[in-house]
Design a protein around this ligand. Structure first.
Ligand code: ME8
Length: 523
C-alpha cells in the first residue's frame, strides 16, 4: 500500500514582504516533500497565506484599500516567492477562501459542543481585559511584559502591546493541561528538536490560562457561529488551515481520511507555542487527532545582526537567488546550519559553500569525469571490466546509504543528509586522484573504461539523492548522464545502472564559481 505523507508550512502573514524566514520554512518542507515523492510516498504539501486579523486589517487601512482587495493583491507575493524558489506545494490556501470559513466555523462548533476533561463547557462567554500585541496577534499576561525606554510595555518577542477590554469567548485551555502532558509523554517526538520540547512541557506543567478566542472591536475575520458580534481569534482561524487543506469538516472520506493526522507541521521557533500547545488542545477538544509532529526551526541573523525592517537588513530571497543562484541558495540554507539551530547568513560563508562544495567538490567531479568520457570514450557510457574492491565501495554506495539518508530526512536533519552525501563525493574525488584515469587513457584503456564507468555511475547516484535540495541542477546533471526523467526516483538507485554504450550529450558545467571581482558567477 502506498504510504502517505502530509506536511505543512505556517501560513504567512499576507501583509508582509516575503523574506528569508518565509523562504527557509517552506524550503525545508519542499526538500522533504520532494524526498518523500522520490521515495514512493503519496505526498500532500500545503502552504498559503494568513489573511485575517487586526494586523492585516491595519495594513489594508494604511494602504487605503478594503481588506479583501488588499489581500487578493498581496497574497500573490507569496505565490511568486514559491515560484521563484521552485517550491513544489500541492495546495496553496488563503484563509479568506470559503472552504476555510466553513472549516473554521465547523471546528468552533465542534469545540463548543464538547466538554473539557473536567466536565466544563469548552467555550464560554466572558470579557477580556488585558494586553494584546497586534504584531504577534497574541495575548500576554502582565508578568511576561517589560517596559521599554519610552515607557511602553513590550512583549517577550519585542512587539509593543496595547490594552484591550472587550467581551470575548474563552477556550477552557486550563482544563486541558493534563491531557496535553499525557499526549507529550505518549509521543516523545511530537515536538522537535528536544530542547524545544522541554521548553513546551515546562510551560504547560506550569499551568495554563484560558484563552480568549474571539474579538469584537474589529470585523476582519471569520464570524463566530451563532454570534455575529464576534469574530474568531485569528490564531484559531489560522491553525485550522491545516485541516481545511484536507477537506474538513468532511472527515470520513476524501483527503482528511487519507492524510490526517499530518505527519509534520514545520514552523519557526517563535510560533511553537501556538502549534504545540493551543493547536493540539483545540483539536482534542473538537474530537480530532493532533498532528504527529511539530518541528521548530531556528532563526537567521544577517552578518551577525538580528534581522529587522528598522535596521534595514532584511534578507530578500530574490536578491539572494539573483546573486548566487537558486540551487546554491537552497543548498546553503540547509547545509550551513544544523537544522533547528539559529544561523547567521554571511556573504563569506555563502561563497565558501558555493565555491568549495558545489563548484569544486561536486561540479568539478562531474565536469572532469564527463569531459574524460566525451574525449576518451566517444561520448558514450564506457564498458566496464571486472570491478575491484575500490570500485565496489563507490558503486555500491547509494543503495546501502539510502537507509541512513531516510533516517536523516525523517528526523529533519538536512545538514546530516548533505554531509553523508558529501562523504561519497569526497570519496569519488579521492578515487579520481588515485586511479588517475588520464594516465590510464595512455596505458590501459580497458581499466580506464571501468574507472570512468564507476565514476559516472557514482555521479548518477549522487545526483539522484541530491534532487530534493537542488532539483534544477541535479536534473541537468542527470540529463548529461542520459538518465531519463522517469528513471530518477530512489527506486532506480539500485534498480538501474548506467547502460554502457548510451550516447551522452556534450558536458557542461553545472555549478559556476562565484567570482568576487566581478560580483558574479563566471558561468
Ligand atoms: O507567524 N529566520 O506568519 P509569519 C528564520 N501567520 N525564520 C524566520 C525569520 C528569520 N529571521 N523570521 C521569520 C506567522 N521567520 C503566522 C503563522 S500558522 C497557522 C500562522 C519564520 O509570516 C517564522 O518563524 O510571521 C515563521 O515560521 C515564518 O517565518 C513567518 O511567519
Amino acid at each position: 500500500m502506498t504510504q502517505r505523507y502530509y506536511l505543512t508550512t505556517p501560513i504567512y502573514y499576507v501583509n508582509d514582504d516575503p523574506h528569508i524566514g518565509h523562504a527557509y520554512t517552506t524550503l525545508a518542507c519542499d526538500v522533504l516533500a520532494r524526498f518523500k515523492r522520490l521515495d514512493g510516498f503519496d505526498v500532500k504539501f500545503l502552504t498559503g497565506t494568513d489573511e485575517h486579523g487586526q494586523k492585516v486589517a491595519k495594513s489594508a487601512a494604511d494602504a487605503g484599500v478594503d481588506p479583501k482587495a488588499f489581500t487578493d493583491r498581496v497574497s500573490q507575493n507569496f505565490r511568486d516567492l514559491a515560484d521563484a524558489l521552485n517550491f513544489s506545494h500541492d495546495d496553496f490556501i488563503r484563509t479568506t477562501e470559503d472552504r476555510h470559513k466553513t472549516a473554521s466555523q465547523a471546528i468552533w462548533k465542534a469545540i463548543a459542543a464538547g466538554k473539557s476533561p473536567k466536565g466544563n463547557d469548552n467555550i464560554y462567554l466572558a470579557s477580556y481585559p488585558g494586553w494584546y500585541a497586534v504584531r504577534d496577534e497574541a495575548f500576554y499576561s502582565e508578568d511576561e511584559l517589560t517596559t521599554g525606554a519610552d515607557g511602553k510595555k513590550i512583549a517577550p518577542s519585542g512587539a509593543e502591546v496595547e490594552w484591550v477590554e472587550e467581551p470575548s469567548y474563552f477556550f477552557r485551555l486550563s482544563d486541558w493541561q493534563d491531557k496535553l502532558l499525557e499526549f507529550y509523554d505518549a509521543n516523545p517526538d511530537f515536538i522537535l528538536p528536544k530542547t524545544r520540547r522541554n521548553e513546551v512541557t515546562s510551560f504547560v506543567s506550569g499551568g495554563l490560562q484560558d484563552l480568549s478566542v474571539s474579538r469584537t472591536t474589529f470585523k476582519w475575520g471569520v464570524p463566530v457561529p451563532g454570534d455575529d458580534d464576534h469574530i474568531m481569534y485569528v490564531w484559531l482561524d489560522a491553525l485550522t488551515n491545516y485541516i481545511t487543506g484536507v477537506g474538513y469538516p468532511e472527515t470520513e472520506t476524501g483527503e482528511y481520511a487519507t492524510y490526517w493526522p499530518a505527519d509534520l507541521h514545520m514552523v519557526g521557533k517563535d510560533i511553537l507555542r501556538f502549534h504545540a500547545v493551543y493547536w493540539p488542545a483545540f483539536l482534542m477538544a473538537a474530537g480530532l487527532e493532533p498532528p504527529k509532529r511539530v518541528f521548530a526551526h531556528g532563526w537567521w541573523t544577517n552578518e551577525g545582526e538580528k534581522i529587522s525592517k528598522s535596521l534595514g537588513n532584511v534578507i530578500d530571497p530574490y536578491d539572494l537567488v539573483e546573486k548566487y543562484g537558486l540551487d546554491q541558495v537552497r543548498y546553503y540554507l540547509l547545509r550551513e546550519v544544523p537544522f533547528g539551530n539559529d544561523g547567521d547568513f554571511s556573504h563569506t560563508s555563502m561563497v565558501n559553500r558555493m565555491n568549495g562544495e558545489l563548484a569544486n567538490d561536486l561540479g568539478n567531479l562531474a565536469q572532469r569525469v564527463l569531459s574524460m568520457v566525451a574525449k576518451n570514450c566517444d561520448g558514450a557510457v564506457p564498458e566496464p571490466g571486472d570491478f575491484t574492491s575500490e570500485d565496489r565501495e563507490l558503486i555500491d554506495w547509494a543503495p546501502s546509504l539510502l537507509k541512513g539518508l531516510r533516517a536523516h530526512m525523517d528526523g529533519q536533519m538536512f545538514h546530516l543528509y548533505l554531509e553523508a552525501v558529501w562523504q561519497a563525493i569526497r570519496a569519488a574525488n579521492g578515487y579520481v586522484d588515485t586511479q588517475a584515469p588520464w594516465k590510464l587513457a595512455k596505458e590501459d584503456t580497458a581499466r580506464m573504461g571501468t574507472v570512468l564507468y564507476v565514476l559516472a555511475e557514482t555521479i548518477r547516484q549522487i545526483a539522484i539523492v541530491l534532487q530534493p535540495f537542488m532539483p534544477d541542477s541535479m536534473g541537468r546533471m542527470l540529463d548529461q548522464l542520459a538518465v531519463g526523467p522517469d528513471h530518477r526516483s530512489f527506486f532506480y538507485l539500485d534498480g538501474d545502472k548506467l547502460v554502457s554504450g548510451s550516447a551522452l550529450p556534450k558536458p557542461e558545467g553545472v555549478f559556476p564559481r562565484y567570482q568576487e571581482e566581478e560580483g558574479k558567477g563566471d558561468g
